[in-house]
Ligand binder design. Structure first.
Ligand code: HAM
Length: 409
């Protein structure tokens, strides 16, 4: 017996149906905002990933050496690879760039509820504008995804540039040192003692975090410009600092009812593309953890799919098989998902298979039907059956209720 590697999952057909449905919904929202899909390799040079990922993610990267001695890494997220593509290949395209992705990423973390080693990111990157409109667009788009999926949700909004400013003021000017402290704050660590041990006075930072009112200009602007239905969902949290080193401004995280870990996160990164040798291109983006969205949606019973129309064609003897292929094709052309009975089973066995699989229509073809150019259609949901002329199949299926999805009728 072989087992799956720790932190991975198999997705069975029923799981995939559910995942694809969520994916489709998210893709639709992304595309409605005019984002275009992009895909990068599953692995990159480790150096690219290490550059701006942040301590925690760097530690959890899957690193390996290939047969040519190159040090490679499975991508732990998509923002750095996309920044590489922009720096190398998309630099002269019209701005802004609106890019999206839905793909798997890898992190060597301790698996627990909502945390896997292979998981999926559905995200967007809006590149080329440092204006607050672009932050508002990305946060609103995130809200819209969760709203479309039917979640009760909220957004945490912070601003790492405020933390960086205060750190600079108290003397922590080295960017690496700042990143270390940001990641400490992100993990709820004791940054105060750390700062003191290094001879810095943490009071100004504590003051920033204890301020009650919304006191950063950027945050105020965002809240002003957002549609009310979205800004109502925002909670300002200046302690929010996220676990990635590339953020330079506003940062945010999305939470839904029933799950205490974030289902998505993002923020502004104005220097990353330049760091990778590209032009100075400010950018903002977000990524949802598809698996966490799925987990929460399943537990809340949020998603009910409309019934998809399915049929099975059952030839009753060898003679009827050839015609069954033709009829199956005709049904598929009508947009009905159609199976042909390929097990050579008797009628009763085929019918019980059909009901077990949730197939609604059984089209039974015997020699009698073959001769009269008809077919017996059994509606397993209603328990009715009738003999129909082959030329009238389209009419028959058109009359079936509208709650069924039938792509081309
Ligand atoms: P991130 O917060 O590291 O951001 O990941 C985004 C989301 O992925 C998280 O909010 C969480 O839902 C999900 N996630 C993270 N780790 C795991 C895991 N081990 N198992 C399952 N889900 C997980 C980023 O990666 C940034 N690239 C987002 C971004 C895009 N920032 C700017 N543009």
């Amino acid at each position: 017996m072989f087992r799956r590697p720790k932190g991975t999952r198999d997705f069975l057909p029923e799981d995939m149906k559910f995942r694809r449905h969520i994916e489709k919904t998210i893709r639709k929202v992304f595309e409605s905002y005019s984002y275009e899909e992009i895909l990068t390799p599953t692995f990159e040079y480790f150096d690219l990933i290490a550059e701006k990922s942040g301590e925690e993610i760097r530690r959890s990267v899957y690193v390996f050496e290939d047969k040519g001695g190159r040090t490679l890494a499975l991508r732990p997220e998509m923002t750095a690879p996309i920044a590489r593509v922009i720096a190398n290949e998309l630099r002269s395209r019209p701005k802004p760039l609106r890019l999206y992705y839905i793909t798997n990423v890898f992190r060597y973390e301790e698996p627990q509820r909502g945390r896997w080693r292979e998981f999926w990111h559905a995200g967007v990157e809006l590149v080329g504008s440092s204006r607050v409109e672009s932050d508002v667009e990305v946060i609103s788009l995130g809200c819209e995804v969760l709203e479309t999926l039917g979640f009760k949700y909220y957004v945490k909004l912070g601003d790492v540039s405020e933390i960086r400013n205060v750190l600079s003021e108290i003397g922590v000017t080295d960017e690496r040192e700042q990143n270390l402290i940001l990641s400490m704050i992100d993990r709820g660590g004791d940054y105060s003692s750390y700062l003191e041990s290094k001879g810095f006075d943490p009071r100004a930072l504590n003051e920033l975090f204890s301020t009650r009112e919304v006191n950063t200009e950027k945050i105020r602007q965002v809240l002003n410009l957002m549609e009310d239905k979205f800004s109502d969902r925002v909670i300002v949290d200046l302690k929010l600092s996220r676990g990635l080193d590339y953020y330079t401004g506003l940062v945010f995280e999305f939470y839904v009812e029933g799950l205490d870990v974030a289902v998505g996160g993002g923020g502004r990164y104005d220097k990353l593309i330049e760091t990778f040798g590209g032009p100075r291109l400010p950018a903002v983006g977000l990524a949802f953890g598809l698996d966490r969205i799925e987990l929460a949606a399943k537990e809340r019973n949020l998603i009910s799919e409309s019934e998809v129309m399915k049929a099975i064609v059952i030839p009753l003897s060898e003679k009827c098989v050839k015609k069954s292929f033709e009829i199956s094709s005709a049904l598929r052309e009508l947009g009905i998902i159609t199976e042909l009975e390929v097990m050579g089973r008797k009628l009763n066995k085929s019918l019980s298979y059909a009901s077990e699989k949730g197939i609604r229509f059984a089209l039974i073809l015997g020699e009698k039907e073959l001769e009269s150019n008809t077919i017996t259609v059994k509606d397993l949901k209603k328990g009715e059956q009738e003999e129909i002329e082959l030329g009238k199949l389209k009419k028959y299926f058109k009359s079936i209720t509208r709650d069924t999805v039938c792509t081309s009728l």
